[in-house]
Design a protein around this ligand. Sequence first.
Ligand SMILES: C[S@@+](CC[C@H](N)C(=O)[O-])C[C@H]1O[C@@H](n2cnc3c(N)ncnc32)[C@H](O)[C@@H]1O
Length: 294
Amino acid sequence: MLENDKERALNAPHAQELLHNIPKEQGDQLIQCFLGNDLESTNFVQLRNYFLQNSDFLSIAFANRTSSIPFDWPYKKKKVQKPIDKYLFISDTGQQIYQRFKAVKKEIARLIRQEYNGRFLYLDNLASGVGHDVIDLLVENPDLEGKVHIRNIDIDKVAIQLGQERTHNLGLSEHISFHRINIHKYKPVDADIVSLIGFLCPMNTVKSKKVIQYLASNMKEGSVLVYSTALTTMLADPFVDYILKMIGWKMDHKTPEESGRLLEGCPMMLDYQFFDEPHRQHCMTVCRKIRESS
Ligand SMILES: C[S@@+](CC[C@H](N)C(=O)[O-])C[C@H]1O[C@@H](n2cnc3c(N)ncnc32)[C@H](O)[C@@H]1O
């Protein structure tokens, strides 16, 4: 990271607004820690405590680093009051999380229509969290009701409970179910479409490949897998990246080509990729299971 990239990030209007809206002592500490990439000194720990006490998003995400619940704010456009939360959600990184959510909903709905040929489909939404994307998808596309059953698979019982409640309240329980299962043990053998969004983002290439290989070997021929990865473009704002690193959110940033190459060695054929426009901080790769060579 070049020093002038960091200076530019600090001088951006939203970053300046954040620094203006927190006490000067913490603002100075933040600048110092950010410029020194400090993630361990006593100064840093004090700063992190301040951030955890003054951000709903960071405190929840820090308590459970893999939780999907913090995403409820951008997905459901919940009102935020605190300056740190406001900053995170107004940043490109925060906005692009919502753009990914929108892009995934749209593309999965299109895929269901594409794959439906009169035979009922199964969509496995792995590491689903609350499953807002697939719930919204059925609400926004009532013509898909009865064409697909969506199984949300996650290990977080809070997320599952919230998803079940929302689904029940919308009268969609017949079409959307929730299952508390570790995805490393789940075999989507009868799924027509498998989605894996927001799960591989922190994983390096070796770990991501293992997950995809496991899924690929347990999917049926012809079925479709959609997986997302975090892109190098996310680093355009190193200040937000630093604030997320404060709570242990470290992404493995890849290029779209690297994301596509995660399929190498798998019985999968790359179909296409789509992105969270306009800034493209996430890459969604769509691929299809092919016959395994014996
Ligand atoms: C960042 S969230 C993504 C949620 C959702 N797919 C989305 O796009 O917003 C990651 C999810 O993975 C789940 N998760 C983490 N490890 C898991 C595992 N081994 N098996 C199943 N779910 C897991 C977490 O509970 C969390 O809900």
